[in-house]
Design a protein around this ligand. Structure first.
Ligand SMILES: Nc1ncnc2c1ncn2[C@@H]1O[C@H](COP(=O)(O)OP(=O)(O)OP(=O)(O)O)[C@@H](O)[C@H]1O
Ligand SMILES: [Mg+2]
Length: 222
């Protein structure tokens, strides 16, 4: 299993006004498969992804991702473990504005201690069709191009698992389709596991499996 999560709970907010966001999530994802995560706004999809990607700590339950036992790790361990194992693509691209496209992809590789970070970053940007935009800053790139940089950044370390949270949410339909094709193509090339949050039923059909969240839980399917 690439992901094995059992009875995961997450409560945020203040002590006086706690909000139960994840209320006992069970999810298993086989290595090398793709899963679409659907569900109404506020049902907890992004929160679940944050917990599975090691960006947020769960309050309870067990989480094993890419062979790591998250419960046994502190936040520093998690941050270190994420590098090279887990790639994350978000709706807002979160590129660093003061760095070029090449630097945005290369610097995380450098931090992860991966060999030849700039050569590798250039090759990955080439693979997403941005070989001619290496020295552009995010503000000089279109939304679709910025998302390509974010995809290159997420994939450059050949992660075993890719998380994507509405990666086409800020893009027009045609650009969005191209981005989805790119994510699936890069996933196939890396033989990675993919968990993708989407509101698009057509995209969900592209995935091996669809799971639906409701009110902090994953719907049981017959
Ligand atoms: N830091 C926080 N403190 C309190 N409540 C929070 C916090 N972050 C998220 N929530 C609440 O948790 C619930 C789930 O949020 P989440 O972002 O996971 O939903 P989602 O399914 O991704 O929705 P969307 O489709 O709109 O992106 C929401 O009701 C949200 O208001
Ligand atoms: Mg969300």
């Amino acid at each position: 299993m690439a992901i094995a999560a059992h009875n995961v709970t997450l409560t945020l907010g203040s002590d006086k006004a706690p909000v139960e966001i994840l209320r006992g999530v069970d999810l298993e994802v086989e290595a090398g498969t793709s899963v679409a995560l659907l569900g109404p706004s506020g049902s907890g999809k992004s929160s679940l992804m944050a917990v599975l990607a090691g960006l947020e700590r769960a309050n309870g339950g067990s989480i094993h991702v890419a062979g790591l036992d998250f419960a046994a790790m502190d936040e520093d361990d998690l941050a270190r473990a994420r590098r090279g194992r887990i790639g994350i693509v978000l709706q807002a691209f979160h590129l660093l504005p003061t760095m070029t496209a090449l630097e945005n992809v290369a610097v995380p590789l450098e931090l992860a201690g991966i060999a030849d970070p700039f050569g590798r970053a250039a090759a990955e940007l080439e693979a997403v069709g941005l070989g001619h935009r290496l020295t552009h800053y995010p503000a000089q790139l279109s939304g679709g191009e910025q998302q390509r940089v974010a995809i290159a950044r997420a994939m450059a370390s050949s992660p075993a698992i890719i998380f994507a949270d509405e990666p086409t949410g800020n893009l027009d339909t045609a650009t969005g389709h191209a981005i989805i094709e790119l994510i699936f193509a890069r996933r196939a090339a890396l033989d990675a596991t993919l968990l993708i949050i989407t509101h698009d039923p057509e995209l969900a059909e592209h995935c091996d499996r669809v799971v639906v969240m409701h009110d902090g839980r994953i719907e049981k399917r017959a």
